[in-house]
Design a protein around this ligand. Sequence first.
Ligand code: S3P
Length: 171
Amino acid sequence: MEHKQQPHIVLVGFMGTGKSTIGELLAKRLGCDVIGIDEEIERRAGKRIPEIFASKGETAFREGETEALRDALQSNHRRVISTGGGAVLAERNRELMITHGLVIALKADAEQIIARVSKDSSRPLLQGDVSERVHKLLEDRKYAYDFAHKTIDTTQLSVDDVVDQIWNYIH
Ligand code: S3P
């Protein structure tokens, strides 16, 4: 890593592993800002993610994702950055994350992911049979999060336990 300041904390992981919730709590505990890349893409585009996918396509979404990630990592002040589940797919993004931050991957088992993502029907990649889509994408992305500096399986943990584990890892 090439940083003089405290490194940014970058949360990666499959959809529904709790990146946004953990990111908020961790940032509060660290006393720093939190930025959600999905929200940042939406803010810049002035559109919600399903609309971006529908009107411009996934490639344009992924370009917006890289731009938002790159800009988020530019800050000289430590930030917690929570990314979308597919942000790790592009080599350019993995490179940015590893170079400018401490990358923490959150994992959860398929049943827990399905229960969480089923509460929100807005994810473009989970249209149709959600369970089938999650299993398929989990298989496709089996190794996608392995580049992280640290992986935490959140399946049996409370959100506070997860924040504690990250805190202990950083300090
Ligand atoms: C995606 C995950 C979503 C969002 C988009 C694509 C993915 O973010 O970026 O729908 O490819 O896994 P969450 O992980 O926050 O749901």
